[in-house]
Design a protein around this ligand. Structure first.
Ligand code: HEC
Length: 120
């Protein structure tokens, strides 16, 4: 456990200092506990979110726009709902098809994107 944590910290440090090609100085490397604790109010949606989107969208190192950080989402929302939904269903770069949620409907995806792109 401790070794894993040290490895993770070293990985994070390398990512930030390293060759610096893709480092984004304003993005924190560590997950924000307040954002990790956030859940959709609807119980079914919260369950889908916890099983899928949350793993990446509350882990800055994944490269995913972070849930509860509207600044991460502004440029993505500007693409329009149709493109966002298309990228969610078909996948987009590091974003897996369906966000790994096999049980999610289109309405679920829209509700999840809405939840993740807003702050409380
Ligand atoms: C395995 C990790 C992972 C999971 C699980 C995941 N995402 Fe993502 N998601 C990403 C990454 C990484 C990106 C950023 C892709 C990029 O622009 O490089 C992303 C981007 C997005 C985008 C923005 C796409 C765009 O056009 O900019 C949306 C919308 C999105 N995810 C929705 C979801 C939803 C909804 C779920 C859960 C049903 C989910 N994601 C689950 C990793 C994940």
């Amino acid at each position: 456990m401790k070794k894993g944590l040290i490895a993770l910290v070293m990985f994070a440090a390398t990512g930030l200092v390293g060759c610096g090609k893709e480092s984004v100085p304003s993005a924190p490397a560590a997950a924000d506990p307040a954002l990790v604790a956030r859940l959709p109010a609807d119980a079914d949606l919260a369950r889908l979110y916890e099983q899928t989107c949350k793993a990446c969208h509350t882990a800055p190192l994944s490269g995913a726009p972070q849930s509860g950080r509207p600044a991460d989402w502004a440029a993505r929302l500007a693409q329009g709902t149709e493109i966002l939904l298309d990228h969610t269903i078909n996948g987009y770069k590091g974003m897996p098809p369906l966000g790994s949620c096999m049980d999610c409907s289109e309405d679920d995806f829209l509700a999840l994107i809405d939840f993740m792109s807003k702050a409380d």
